[in-house]
Design a protein around this ligand. Structure first.
Ligand code: PEP
Ligand code: MG
Length: 576
């Protein structure tokens, strides 16, 4: 591929492969500025308010219907709640009464009234009522936008091909992007292992994150190229540059077609060593992608997405259906289900957990589950019931001490006993493993290996905790180094510890699908590589060309190197 001329280019982090070329859709929140104003004709002002309510209702109905078709009834339920707020006569009458009695503008009357309702709801004991505060806040914003004649951005309603430009996208924003129209996205902040980046790879949406200045430099409607392979974003390219990138896109498609030929093959190195290539998934819908991309199993099912983008916890039956559909969909292939890993960049607003200064180091994942045992037990019960549908394994996230593992395991055993007493069936041979994503656990892997059935190394977190570099922060992304000898030594400790006890070791952090890391991981003896489904075929094609015995030697060498640069150079030299 020839050198490509660059003009007005931003450099970010290549988050999701492939190239997208389309107009920019800037997702900035519009300013809703207004002050208090005396009005002369209150009847006219009330009419204006009612018209804004009517428009908001129409708009919400449209969003509701589109969401229902795309994401199902449960995800659309939030908009039913918004419609209820707009029909709440107590709120509407209070606004109109304020306009009339104080002779002030509808915007100000609405804001004051809804602030009053919000603080009232927020102080209620009942969790359901507390959640209504968020609905009132959202709806107020929408009505204000109509009163002020300002358009609210709504990525769900985009109906032409665009590239989203945003400061940041939450994982649930990303999940809601309409792939028919959203051709790619670029953000100011975020890293390769932010969950929005991981999700973009699953959805196969080209993305460049962490550009720092995309929202400043790109205007709504600019023509933009997002190159998710190199991490570049080109603003207002010439026709010639567009043609060059179209060629690059076509070359990439041809390369993908080559990889696709490997879909039904096993992953065997050139010297006959088999490893398992599995997919990381977030929802039952992702099973199709895992199969179509030749996944030999699911190495990480991030169940927290089942809990997100909704208003309350999923019931045991809802969870059972989701887990069963994944296990059945994989048709006997292994499925590693990770128990709830909420926290960090994955929030659950309806749990009303206190805001933390360091959410990645806080009350999250297994820590929360051991404390909020009702939530944990409901999930374990659903998992146990689904285990009869195929080959389900359970994995606990963020385990830092053996005590935590033992407690979590004891709770699982209690739930098994309860099910037995009720005569409900579950598999007797469920493997139980842990994520190794905290350095303390990697260092003590020899002790953990005696008690767990398997390890899955979570390098997304393991790297950030080892290097003390936030995985979401593009300013410290230079420290986020998977090929650092210190990370590789930790990985080796975990694999060796597992093997010594006759257990298997996998990896489900993004490093497992990283072309540069794969040769060393193969050499270190990793048994299972779990990655975004879209990386599997490329990884298989690479491993088939590698010789495990040579990679073992390479691994020995790089473990004794002192810098990432040396390691990278040694890998490049060994894998031509
Ligand atoms: C990890 O930390 O490597 C991992 C796979 O989990 P998550 O990305 O969901 O934190
Ligand atoms: Mg993690």
């Amino acid at each position: 591929m020839g050198e490509i001329t660059k003009i007005s280019t931003l450099n970010g982090i290549a988050a999701s492969g492939d190239i997208a070329i389309a107009k920019a859709y800037c997702l900035a929140e519009p300013a809703l500025f207004f002050g208090v104003k005396m009005i002369e004709d209150f009847a006219q002002e009330i009419e204006r308010f009612r018209a804004a309510i009517a428009k908001s209702k129409q708009e919400i109905k449209k969003i509701h219907d589109a969401t229902k078709i795309k994401l199902g009834k449960d995800n659309a339920a939030i908009f039913d709640a918004h419609l209820l707020v707009l029909s709440d006569l107590e709120l509407i009458n209070a606004v109109e009464e304020t306009v009339k009695s104080q002779q002030i503008n509808a915007e100000y009357a609405l804001q004051c009234t809804s602030d009053r309702f919000i603080s009232m709801f927020e102080q209620m004991d009942n969790e359901y009522m507390r959640e209504r505060a968020a609905d009132i806040r959202d709806v107020t914003k929408r009505v204000l936008s109509h009163l002020l004649g300002v358009e609210l951005v709504n990525p769900g309603m985009i109906s032409e091909e665009v590239i989203i430009v945003a400061k940041d996208l939450t994982p649930s924003d990303t999940a809601q992007l309409n792939r028919q129209f959203v051709k790619g996205f670029t953000t100011d902040i975020g890293g390769r292992t932010s969950h929005s980046a991981i999700m973009a790879r699953t959805l196969e949406i080209p993305a460049v994150v962490g550009t720092k200045v995309a929202t400043e430099r790109i205007n709504h409607g600019d023509l933009v190229i997002v190159d998710g392979i190199s991490g570049e974003v080109i603003i207002n390219p010439t026709e010639e540059i567009v043609a060059q990138y179209e060629k690059k896109k076509a070359d990439f498609a041809a390369q993908k077609a080559e990889w696709a030929k490997l879909v039904n093959e096993k992953t065997v190195s050139a010297d006959g060593h088999h490893v398992e290539l599995a997919a990381n998934i977030g929802t039952p819908n992702d099973v199709k992608g895992a199969i179509n991309n030749g996944g030999e199993g699911v190495g990480l099912y991030r169940t927290e997405f089942l809990y997100m983008g909704r208003e309350h916890l999923p019931t045991e039956d809802e969870q059972y259906e989701a887990y069963k559909s994944v296990v059945e969909g994989m048709n006997g292939k292994p499925v590693v289900v990770r128990t709830l890993d909420i926290g960090g960049d994955k929030e659950l607003p309806y749990l009303s957990l206190p805001k933390e200064i360091n959410p990645f180091l806080g009350f999250r994942a297994i820590r929360l589950c051991l404390e909020e045992q009702d939530i944990f037990r409901t999930q374990l019960k659903a998992l146990l019931r689904a285990s009869t549908a195929g080959n389900l394994k359970i994995m606990f996230p963020m385990i830092a001490t053996l005590d935590e593992f033992r407690q979590a395991k004891a709770i699982l055993e209690e739930e098994k006993q309860k099910l037995s007493a009720e005569g409900i069936a579950f598999s007797e041979s469920i493997e139980l493993g842990i994520m190794v994503e905290i350095p303390a656990t990697a260092i003590l892997a020899d002790q953990f290996a005696k008690e767990v059935d398997f390890f899955s190394i979570g390098t997304n977190d393991l790297i950030q905790y080892t290097m003390a570099a936030d995985r979401m922060n593009e300013q410290v992304s230079y420290l986020y180094q998977p090929y650092s000898p210190s990370i590789l030594r930790l990985v080796k400790m975990v694999i060796d510890a597992a093997h010594k006890e006759g257990k298997w070791a996998g990896m489900c952090g993004e490093m497992a699908g990283d072309e540069t890391a794969i040769p060393v991981l193969l050499g270190l003896g990793l048994d299972e590589f779990s990655m975004s489904a879209t990386s599997i075929l490329k990884a298989r094609s690479l491993i088939k060309r590698l010789n495990k015995s040579e990679m073992k030697e390479l691994a020995q060498n790089v473990l004794n190197m002192s810098t990432t640069t040396e390691v990278k150079a040694a890998i490049t030299a060994a894998v031509k």
